[in-house]
Design a protein around this ligand. Structure first.
Ligand SMILES: [Ca+2]
Ligand SMILES: [Ca+2]
Length: 70
């Protein structure tokens, strides 16, 4: 069961990727988390990065973000 649609995931990604670089860094996630209770998808932000960052470069691309959330 998908947690959200691809369009919703893309919109959320754009909201978090504030510099528009096409990848989310932990700093951007922290900035987002501070406004949203420090969690995403029920996970703390470091746990979210660990879960979603499948290639382990500590950045979350749109592809990684979508495949985790949809
Ligand atoms: Ca970025
Ligand atoms: Ca990655």
């Amino acid at each position: 069961m998908p947690k959200m649609t691809e369009a919703e995931a893309a919109a959320l990604f754009a909201q978090i990727d504030t510099d528009g670089s096409g990848e989310i860094r932990l700093r951007e996630l922290r900035d987002y988390g501070q406004a949203n209770g420090g969690t995403l998808d029920g996970l703390t932000l470091p746990d979210f990065v660990r879960a979603a960052d499948t290639d382990g470069d500590r950045r979350i691309t749109l592809t990684e973000f979508k495949s985790y959330l949809t």
